[in-house]
Design a protein around this ligand. Sequence first.
Ligand code: AP5
Ligand code: ZN
Length: 205
Amino acid sequence: HRILLLGAPGAGKGTQSAKLAEEYGVDHVTTGDALRANKDMETEYGTPRSFMEAGELVPDPVVNEIVKTALENADGFVLDGYPRNLEQAEYLSGITDLDAVILLDVDDEVLVDRLTGRRVCEECGANYHVDFQPPEEPGVCDECGAELIQRDDDTEETARERLEVFAENTEPVIEHFREEDVLVEVDGEATPDEVFDRIRDVVEA
Ligand code: AP5
Ligand code: ZN
């Protein structure tokens, strides 16, 4: 399977990609996690951190290289967080074909609530929400017991900036796949398990 999962910040891409990678035994390739793991890497454009903390896109050459290397080494993948603009979409079409292109559809105000309430485990990558997916003990990871943190870019101000960057840069990517008639839209406003069932139906159709 070569699956592309598109959606706004907070739509549930990370949550669903992890489940899909496990279900189908493919690699989870996510530019957001890759960049967070290399936030202070020096590039000719500066560090990823400076862009991410402002909610802006990290420059294309940096991100394209990450994706190219990850896909070269993958035997099947679910790709999340990329492409985020038309230049990245064009680059991607030069390096791989896709079997499914899925858009997770979620209303803007729901997105802001999901982002500002998210808590993550830096140790194992597990993902929580203070209201929608709370850990058993507040602030502590169920999986590994480490302390949960809030991402630097999950303040309301930066979350809204990310939604604007998405509308401006990534909506055209969605439009591009829609015009190619390969886009399948999935309603992302349901429980994570229900959304997963909807995605699985698309992948296995
Ligand atoms: P990235 O990490 O990709 O962030 P994003 O696209 O903003 O997506 P998120 O991780 O915020 O949300 P998600 O859709 O994965 O939702 P999640 O499953 O966590 O990118 C971060 C930054 O890196 C960018 O701003 C940019 O600077 C840089 N970057 C990354 N890729 C780039 C690229 N290609 N080019 C340039 N720059 C790039 O869910 C969110 C919350 O909701 C969680 O708390 C979760 O528990 C909860 N939740 C999930 N599903 C449900 C549900 N069904 N019901 C209720 N709650 C739910
Ligand atoms: Zn953990």
